[in-house]
Structures are given as structure tokens and as C-alpha cells.
Ligand binder design. Structure first.
Ligand code: GLC
Length: 553
């Protein structure tokens, strides 16, 4: 790893923090978060140690899908501020060393977008071909319907113009037709616009739908992604695409751009995430270990984005029905916690019953997994959900800054968590003062993650520990090694770590004080506390542990 390389390829060990401007901080006392409020909180985010903010859609919207239904790609929704406020925010974020990416939702527009209004006005409209129309759509395959609670087809009849239009998601979100070169040009223009205003890239919504559900079918769908990426790189080297690509590993490699790495820079590891939850439910490392062993290596400079929760349902769609039921039983047994028959509408701390030791272990595991961690705002304080909110909105609650909420000076427009997860119990201000808090734990994990680039950059190997409840792996890069172990169970466990090549080395614990010597044979036995976490830096006895890490940063 050359000295400047890891900062050129900044995303590879970034810490990405996803937030919705609408729920983060209200700066103008109307109960809705906005850019002015967010800008006030930048120092908090910088202090937490995250390196890249991912903004959920903040564009003008009728808000029927929480902003994922856009009516203007070149502006800011008036409820959240103005373009001027956006630029002030960007300037402040950059001043504090934070990069910013935003959702790119171009699989579809809102049906209220002027393009769609024009396109549906007549079959002869010049914009007709910007969307996907059919006189006789193929019969629906129920698997294609993403939101089965609201939709039973992906085609909707447009009475006015007498044809059906395609909508992969809700019927108010007609799919754009990227087979049309004018649409592809416009998408590039949108990217160019926001990069000019300082964005370092985009989280691309619904990527498989974007390149597949078009008419006529694209001969080379991946060429479109490669073209977009090339366009971005020409405009701004080091800009990235972070892709929502929830497909099997074998199909996913194509989205990175096979061996080339010239398409989606980072893909979310949806499979690893689902298997991690299965392991957590079973208190057994097996499922996660298997996923990591099967996970393809991303091409050079590409990366996996690892996460445990996001803003959507906790989707368990890639598990078997039995596995899904196991997780439902463990973490969301009542029906109102479940959604679409495939997921949970809860946040992590409530799923883990508020057990701080277990919650800390789960996040320690997340930060140690090979890849770039992505967290959803509020995870750092253990923010809960409000099941009274509709559907996926349950987890999109206002951030809790202080005992009285602190999100707004007036009543927040959104429902807030209650009881043990209400603001009086869960908030930033209290946790800042408490050295044992989850917030402090996150700060430590982020600091250690950044100090251990081996985790993100290295060659990772899952270790067989002889103890089913203990998940362990090692990451090696340029002669430096970090060994990590997590006890998924709530009882103490003994694990055996076979550390080839590390006989005679010392293991220094990076989270708590302590060292362990590795016997000459390279096999070390460790005792793990209930839900214990160990991040161990290996160093030769002649080298101080702090000198044993990969130096080139
Ligand atoms: C993505 C988003 C989700 C949205 C959908 C339609 O899956 O994550 O929130 O509803 O796309 O845009």
C-alpha cells in the first residue's frame, strides 16, 4: 500500500453515515428537519469520526415514498431548505473533512414529475419514450412486486393515453426508460450538477431495476453503469457509486464490473447482512462464516459496504422461510414488527432487547467485518423505532439530541420512540457524558477501525475457533495483522485461534487493556466474556504494537 494510495481510494476504509435531512435536526422551528439544522450538527458528526455522509433524497417530492418519489432532480425540497442552504452545508462539511454523497434515484420519477406529466399527455408526446409503455404487458410474476402490501402488479393502466406504464415500485413511481439515450444523458447531467456542488458520489437506488426494466432491453446493461462511472471519473477523480444491489453473490460481481471494477464502486453486502442476523439469532457463527467465505473478492479499488440496518425494512429475502422465521421469532415475533412477509421494521437495539452488552458486540462485529461500514443515523446512540408509524417509516424517527428530544423546538412532525427508547432515556447529550455509553463505544470503534486499515484493505480469513458461538477472523496486509473475535452468546466461551505464521507474536487488545502471547505453534486459547469483543493487533516481540500496523496512510 503506497503512502498516498489509501487516501486516494478514500472509500475503501471510509465510515459512511446515512441520514435523512428531514429527521436529523430542525433549524427553523417547523417540526421538520432541514439543511440549516443539519449544518449546526456537523461538528457532532465530525466528532463521532465518520468520514462520509450519505444524504437520503432531499429533492422536491410529493413525499409518497419518503422522498424516493422525485419531481425535480435539480433542486432542494422547500421543506428542507434552499440550494443556498445546501451549499452552506456542503462548505461546512468539507471544512470539517467530511465527504458527502447523496441518493441517486433514477430508476423512476414521481408521477407528478413534469417529465411524466408530459409523457402521459399523449402517445405522441416528445417525452413519451422517457418511460416504459406497453399495450399488452406480460402477466405479472408475483416475485416482481416489491411492495406487496400496496401493489399487485408492476403495470398501471393510464386511462388518458390508453397504455400501461411500468412501475417496479409503487404505481406513483413510473420507471424511466434508460434505453433512451436522452434519458441517459439527463441522468449524467444530474450527476454532473451535484458533483459540481461538491458531492463525492451517489448511493444508487435499486440498481438491478435501473438497468433491467427498460424497453427495448439494453443489449449491454452494464455498459450503462460503466459509462456513468467513466463520466464521473472524468469530471471528478475519486468520485464513487455505492450501489443498492440485493442479488446473489454470483450475480453481483457483474455490478462491480467483473474483474475490472469500472462500474459500481461499492456494493452493499445484503447477503452477509442477512447471514449476520441469522448468526445473531442462533448465537452461532456458522452462517456468517459461510457467507464471508463465499463472498467474492471485489476487484481492485472496489469494496463491500457492510451494514446491519438501513432505512428500509430489515430485509431477509435471501434466506429460506425457516431461517427467516428463526429471525422473526428471535427479534420480531409480533406481526406488527414484520413487513412484506420478508422483513422487520425495527431498529437494532430494540431487536436485541436493549441489552447494551449485546448491542455493543453487534456493532463491534460490524466495524471489524472486511469492508466499509455504513451506519444509519441514530445507531450510535441506540435509537429505537415507533411501530405506530406506517410501514417502513417506523424506523425513520427524529434523531434524539437531548432529554427533551432536541430535534425541534416545536412538536416533531414525525412520531418519536417511546418508553425505554424515548428521548429522556436515549439521547446524545447524556451519552456524551457517560464513558460507558454506546456513543462512546462507537467513537472507539470508529477510531480503531480507521487505525486498522488491514480490516478494510487486507486479505481476510475466517478462523475456525472450535467454539460455535465465537466468530473470529484475521486480516493481513503488508506484513501487518489484526485478529478479531466476537462471542455471539451470553455466556463465557473459550475459543482457539490457529494463527499461522504468528507463533511467538504478541497480541495486543485494542479495545481493552491486555496482551496475549501466541505460543510457538501458533495456536492460542482465549477466554471470551459473554458477548465479548476482541480486536487484537499482532506484533513481533521486538516491535512496539503501535508500530506494527500498516503504516502507509
Ligand atoms: C429503494 C429505497 C427504498 C425506496 C425504493 C424505491 O429500495 O431504499 O426506500 O422505497 O428504492 O425508490
Amino acid at each position: 500500500m503506497r503512502l498516498t494510495y489509501t487516501s486516494d481510494v478514500w472509500w475503501k476504509n471510509a465510515v459512511v453515515y446515512c441520514l435523512d435531512v428531514e429527521t436529523f435536526k430542525d433549524g427553523n422551528d417547523d417540526g421538520v428537519g432541514d439543511f440549516r439544522g443539519l449544518t449546526q450538527q456537523i461538528d457532532y458528526l465530525a466528532g463521532l469520526g465518520v468520514t462520509c455522509l450519505w444524504l437520503m433524497p432531499f429533492f422536491p417530492t410529493p413525499n409518497k415514498d419518503d422522498g424516493y418519489d422525485i419531481t425535480d432532480f435539480y433542486s432542494v425540497d422547500p421543506r428542507l431548505g434552499t440550494l443556498g442552504d445546501f451549499v452552506e452545508f456542503m462548505r461546512t462539511a468539507h471544512d470539517r473533512g467530511l465527504r458527502v454523497i447523496a441518493d441517486l434515484v433514477v430508476n423512476h420519477t414521481s408521477d407528478k414529475h413534469p417529465w411524466f406529466k408530459e409523457a402521459r399527455s399523449s402517445k405522441d408526446s416528445p417525452l413519451r419514450d422517457w418511460y416504459v409503455w406497453s399495450d399488452t404487458p406480460e402477466p405479472d410474476n408475483p416475485d416482481q412486486v416489491v411492495f406487496p402490501d400496496k401493489e399487485d402488479s408492476i403495470w398501471e393502466y393510464d386511462k388518458g393515453s390508453g397504455q400501461y406504464y411500468l412501475h417496479s415500485f409503487y404505481r406513483h413511481q413510473p420507471d424511466l426508460n434508460v434505453a433512451n439515450p436522452a434519458v441517459r444523458d439527463e441522468i449524467a447531467r444530474v450527476l454532473g450538477f451535484w458533483m459540481e456542488l461538491g458531492l463525492s458520489g451517489f448511493r444508487v437506488d435499486a440498481v438491478p431495476f435501473l438497468i433491467e426494466n427498460v424497453d427495448p432491453k439494453l443489449a449491454e446493461p452494464h455498459e450503462f453503469l460503466a459509462d456513468l462511472r467513466a463520466f464521473m471519473t472524468r469530471r471528478m477523480g475519486g468520485s464513487i457509486l455505492l450501489g443498492e444491489v440485493n442479488v446473489a453473490y454470483k450475480d453481483l460481481v457483474a455490478y462491480f464490473g467483473d474483474g475490472l471494477g469500472d462500474q459500481i464502486t461499492m456494493c452493499f453486502d445484503f447477503i452477509g447482512m442477512q447471514k449476520a442476523w441469522l448468526s445473531l439469532a442462533r448465537c452461532d457463527a456458522g452462517a456468517l462464516a459461510e457467507a464471508l467465505r463465499e463472498r467474492p473478492k471485489p476487484p481492485k479499488d472496489s469494496q463491500w459496504a457492510v451494514f446491519l440496518r438501513n432505512h428500509d425494512e430489515l430485509t431477509l429475502d435471501k434466506l429460506t422461510e425457516d431461517e427467516r422465521q428463526e429471525i422473526f421469532q428471535a427479534f420480531g415475533p409480533s406481526e406488527d414488527m414484520q413487513i412484506f412477509g420478508r422483513g422487520l421494521r425495527r431498529r437494532l437495539p430494540t431487536m436485541l432487547g436493549g441489552d447494551l452488552r449485546r448491542i455493543k458486540m453487534a456493532y463491534s462485529l460490524l466495524f471489524s467485518l472486511p469492508g466499509t461500514p455504513v451506519i444509519f443515523y441514530g445507531e450510535e446512540i441506540g435509537l429505537g423505532e415507533n411501530l405506530k408509524a406506517e410501514g417502513r417509516m417506523a424506523v425513520r424517527v427524529p434523531m434524539q439530541w437531548s432529554r427533551d428530544g432536541g430535534f425541534s423546538r416545536v412538536k416533531p412532525a414525525r412520531a418519536v420512540p417511546e418508553g425505554a427508547f424515548g428521548p429522556e432515556r436515549v439521547n446524545v447529550a447524556d451519552q456524551k457524558r457517560d464513558t460507558d455509553s454506546l456513543l462512546r463505544w462507537f467513537q472507539l470503534l470508529i477510531e480503531r477501525y480507521r487505525e486498522c486499515p488491514e480490516l478494510a484493505w487486507g486479505e481476510s480469513t475466517v478462523l475456525d475457533t472450535g467454539e460455535p458461538a465465537v466468530f473470529a477472523h484475521r486480516c493481513d496486509a503488508d506484513g501487518a495483522t489484526v485478529v478479531v473475535a466476537h462471542n455471539l452468546s451470553d455466556t463465557a466461551r473459550e475459543a482457539e485461534l490457529r494463527l499461522d505464521g504468528l507463533g511467538g507474536y504478541r497480541l495486543t487488545d485494542l479495545l481493552v487493556d491486555g496482551t496475549t502471547e501466541v505460543p510457538d505453534g501458533g495456536v492460542v486459547r482465549i477466554t471470551m466474556e459473554p458477548h465479548g469483543c476482541r480486536w487484537l493487533r499482532a506484533s513481533h516481540p521486538d516491535v512496539a504494537p503501535e508500530d506494527a500496523s500498516v503504516k502507509a496512510r
